[in-house]
Write a protein that binds this ligand. Structure first.
Ligand SMILES: *Cc1c(COP(=O)(O)O)cnc(C)c1O
Length: 819
């Protein structure tokens, strides 16, 4: 998005690259590292980065998506596509940084850089809110703070920007110099130094010193001596320094902090006088981040009164997009906190990932950019919407309405949110994915409330980024070329249907597997195009299997024969999957059936075996390792015989989640990844390395005082001998919180405290003993999360995490988060 024009030749020169340039006139305005999120291919330059996945493998796809300019480091691709410009360099990620530096060098603006262990993104977003009235700001999108994220962020600087706010994150020594050269900050902020990411450093002090390199040339440095390991101020960077502290004298010495409802009142000594501010948050992290922003405003010369007035209006940073069900078979993506171009682009990418409805609609408010010409701004948006294939726009606000003529798609405009609400009965929504994106002051939550289905107060929150992270975790364990079949049976282990499959499809797993035909049909109807294996292909559903191009698991001769018979006579090579029994003794062919099996397959041209597989019975437990080895060996001997008999290659697979983590020798051609995706792996020590995907939450409906010797619930089983306080919460056995959790067996988290159930679990509710806690109606209660894990719940009632997840009934609404 640079306004400075670069031709491909410019880049060749900057990079001293070896060139193949069939299209010298292309003007490059976008730097791209992902072949899937391209919006303007002609003007994009693709960097084939060699990270966990080799970007060179995606050159072909990028080329097919219309990209014509590439930076590569592998000679074999040089000139491989006649129409594509190729710049051959030693190191692609360094090339990206070099370009960012060259770009940065053209601008002479104030640049604020933030580093530290926690709070970087919040501080960045808050400073953006606090300073947007005075500057035209360019900032890092999301938490783009890595060796790759920083250059991509800095690339967005344009000539009309007057302030840049960028965050920088490092994970090991000697990474900061490069980021310093790219950002060239004039003002530096160190948020804090915690224990996070300490592994890449020889000591905590080494970590600090590395971080401080970012600020070596700054005019102003803002920090707290609590995080600088006693280094004397004069040895810290920054021509001018501004310190803040809770415990020692500092430029801003915090003297008093008091929570007032959900706000925090803070007093401090500044330039010898007492000043104050009110921050509209009460949690510890927010208070510290708020103080850092306070210090920054003062250090930048704002008066104490002005700083207080602005801090009071801070908004929550809406970092997560929420996907939920809407009225009239719509899906809603809710993002009612910010409206600016970078976050709009991100939200539109997420919108694009949704395949479940034929139509995509955006409800957008006036943008909150400042200092930019309106016509240019909205023309840029119109362009963005066109590139993202949006079908319908609803614009709300005087500015966007006045630019109506710029938008070349189905569009309607309203002067205000109220105006839209007044017209709502006449506006039709049906079978669409609707992105609701508005600046804070437009209060778009009023709109999402009208179009989203009312969520009953017990919800299962699914973190799609964590799911993608877990996929990557297992991918990193695979040998090159090993495929992944993602198990999405039983409503993706309780997590969802197309919502999960969309993410897996986007992240390019090779296969999906479901238990029943219906589940596969639902995925096809949700726009999923990946191959899908059906593990229990009941003959009554063969029709649907064929109609929706699903691939049956064949586990005995009966199924094989009836499927072949069912297939229309002109069918050729319909893909099927053979299940081999190596010890589970559930479904699958035995050695003795091999001859019949091979004969039947050879005699039919209608089918072709796409893969053959078996299932490990104890891959997560050391005690079964010998049997696992035996299963693998048996499977390999089957494989030999089947391959010889069929005379063609197929995909062989036996590993499930714990097989991947514990038995690398069993990866074969493909693995079947199930529960690990959803954040649990019995083969890992306390799920080390996995992220929590699902959080089950409910709320308190009533709080009651109970006298001594009274009982609680059915059958008078809940006894509080000394009396106490109970809270009734909205989850019961019909939601999947089984009766086995009753009478103190189950625990939940209320305001961070673990409390037991009292009495039996009812159908729709249950009671908790909250004696001595400060709780009220409406408080949130955690049934499980990353702290109170599904493994702990499983242990409480003597089952396995799989059952905990899949028990959660469909009545519990799922909400999906994406950052
Ligand atoms: C469910 C299932 C898996 C996945 O197992 P996880 O332990 O969840 O990874 C793999 N293969 C088959 C045949 C399955 O039924």
């Amino acid at each position: 998005m640079s306004s400075t024009t670069y031709t491909i030749d410019h880049f060749a020169e900057i990079l001293h690259a070896k060139t193949f340039i069939p299209q010298p006139n292309l003007i490059i305005s976008r730097l791209v590292i992902d072949s899937r999120t391209v919006i303007d291919p002609e003007s994009s330059l693709f960097f084939a980065l060699q990270g966990k996945r080799d970007g060179h493998q995606y050159i072909k796809e990028a080329y097919e998506n219309g990209i014509r300019s590439f930076v590569i480091s592998e000679e074999q691709y040089f000139g491989a596509f006649p129409e594509a410009n190729m710049l051959l360099v030693e190191n692609v990620s360094q090339a990206l940084q070099t370009i960012a530096i060259a770009h940065r060098n053209q601008f002479d603006l104030k640049v604020l850089a933030i580093t530290g262990s926690n709070g970087k993104t919040i501080v960045k977003e808050w400073l953006y809110q606090l300073l947007a009235a005075d500057y035209n700001i360019v900032r890092s999108p999301k938490s783009f703070n890595s060796q790759i994220g920083v250059p991509l962020s800095v690339w967005n600087i344009q000539k009309d920007h007057t302030l840049g706010i960028f965050e920088a994150g490092i994970s090991k020594e000697n990474e900061m110099d490069a980021l310093q050269c790219i950002i060239q900050p004039t003002i530096g902020i160190l948020t804090n130094i915690g224990e996070a990411h300490a592994e890449g450093f020889s000591s905590p002090k080494a970590k600090l010193l590395e971080k401080l390199k970012l600020f070596k040339d700054t005019e102003l440095f803002i920090y707290s001596p609590e995080y600088t390991h006693g280094i004397p101020a004069k040895e810290l960077p920054g021509q001018t320094k501004f310190s803040w502290s809770l415990s020692q004298t500092a430029d801003l010495h915090i003297s008093f902090i008091e929570p007032i409802e959900d706000k925090t009142y803070i007093r401090a000594i500044y330039k010898g006088t007492e000043i104050e501010c009110l921050i509209p948050f009460s949690d510890r992290a927010s208070v510290e981040n708020g103080i850092i922003c306070w210090a920054t405003l003062l250090a930048m010369g704002y008066s104490a009164t002005a700083a207080d007035a602005r801090l009071e209006k801070l908004n929550k940073v809406g970092m997560r997009l929420e996907l939920k069900n809407g009225i009239n078979q719509c899906s809603i993506i809710d993002d009612s906190y910010v409206a600016d171009i970078p976050s709009l682009a991100i939200a539109l990418d997420f919108l694009n990932l949704q395949n479940q409805h034929p139509k995509k609609t955006l409800i957008l408010s006036d943008l909150q950019e400042t200092g930019k010409n309106e016509a240019v701004l909205y023309a840029e948006i119109a362009d963005l919407l066109k590139q993202k294939n949006l079908q319908r726009l609803i614009g709300i606000g005087p500015n966007i309405s006045s630019m109506a003529s710029l938008f070349d798609l189905e569009a309607s405009f309203y002067e205000s949110t109220q105006d839209f609400i007044d017209h709502f009965p006449a506006i039709h929504f049906y079978d669409e994915t609707i992105l609701v994106k508005g600046a804070r002051k437009f209060e778009f939550e009023r709109i999402s409330k009208m179009i989203a289905q009312k969520v009953h107060d017990t919800v299962l929150e699914i973190d799609l980024n964590a799911l993608a992270g877990n996929l990557q975790f297992y991918r990193n364990k695979l040998k090159p070329g090993v495929k992944i079949m993602a198990m999405v049976k039983a409503f993706s282990y309780g997590s969802g249907s197309f919502e999960i499959a969309n993410v897996l499809q986007y992240h390019k797993v090779d296969y999906l597997a479901v238990a029943y035909t219906d589940e596969g049909v639902a995925l096809r109807k949700g726009g999923i195009t990946l191959p899908i294996m059906v593990m229990s292909p009941e003959p009554s559903a063969f029709d649907a299997i064929i109609k929706y191009k699903l691939e049956p698991e064949i586990y005995n001769l009966d199924i094989l024969n009836s499927f072949i018979k069912f297939l229309p006579t002109d069918t050729f090579d319909y893909p099927v999957h053979l299940k081999i029994d190596t010890g589970m003794h559930r479904l699958g062919f035995e050695e003795s059936e091999l001859n019949d099996l091979l004969n039947t397959i050879q005699n039919s041209k209608k089918i072709k075996v796409a893969s053959a597989f078996s299932h490990l019975v104890g891959s997560d437990e050391v005690q079964h390792d010998e049997f696992t080895e035996h299963q693998i060996q048996r499977f390999k001997s089957f494989a030999q015989k089947i391959t010889d008999g069929l005379g063609y290659n197929l995909i062989w697979h036996i590993s499930n989640t714990s097989g991947i983590s514990r038995h690398p020798e069993a990866q074969l051609d493909m693995v079947r990844l199930g529960i690990g995706l959803y954040g649990h792996d019995g083969g890992l020590n306390h799920n080390k390395g996995l992220q929590t995907v699902a959080v089950l939450k409910t709320t308190i409906t009533q709080v009651k005082e109970i006298k001594a010797n009274e009982t609680v619930g059915y059958g008078r089983q809940g006894l509080l001998p000394d009396g106490g306080t109970i809270a009734t919460v909205k989850i019961g056995y019909a939601d999947g919180y089984t009766r086995r959790f009753g009478n103190g067996v189950g625990k939940m988290l209320v305001n961070g405290q673990m409390v037991p159930t009292v009495g039996v679990i009812c159908m729709d509710m249950c009671m908790l003993d909250v004696t001595g806690l400060d709780v009220k109606t409406g408080d949130e209660v955690i049934v499980f999360n990353g702290k109170l894990t599904i493994a702990m719940l499983a242990a409480q009632i003597g089952t396995i995490p799989y059952e905990i997840l899949t028990n959660i009934s469909q009545r519990v609404k799922r909400i999906y988060f994406y950052e």
